[in-house]
Design a protein around this ligand. Structure first.
Ligand code: FES
Length: 66
């Protein structure tokens, strides 16, 4: 699904940025350009970024338990 219509950034693009090493909203924004125009997507994009970082940092064996 598209999160940022201005820049055409999807939730998948945010997750890919995190799996490629982004560890903060600032880094995700720099890599994807999400929320760099009107900014209406920022709240949703920050939430998705936080969730993606938490999932990416969780050890694989614990991910099955959740
Ligand atoms: Fe993301 Fe406008 S919807 S900057």
């Amino acid at each position: 699904m598209y999160v940022c219509l201005c820049k055409g950034v999807s939730d998948r693009a945010i997750r890919e940025a995190v799996s490629d090493g982004a560890r903060s909203w600032r880094e995700v924004r720099e890599r994807t350009e999400c929320a760099t125009q009107c900014g209406k997507c920022a709240c949703m994009a920050k939430t998705l970024t936080r969730e993606a970082i938490a999932e990416d940092m969780m050890p694989a064996d614990l991910a099955y338990a959740v």
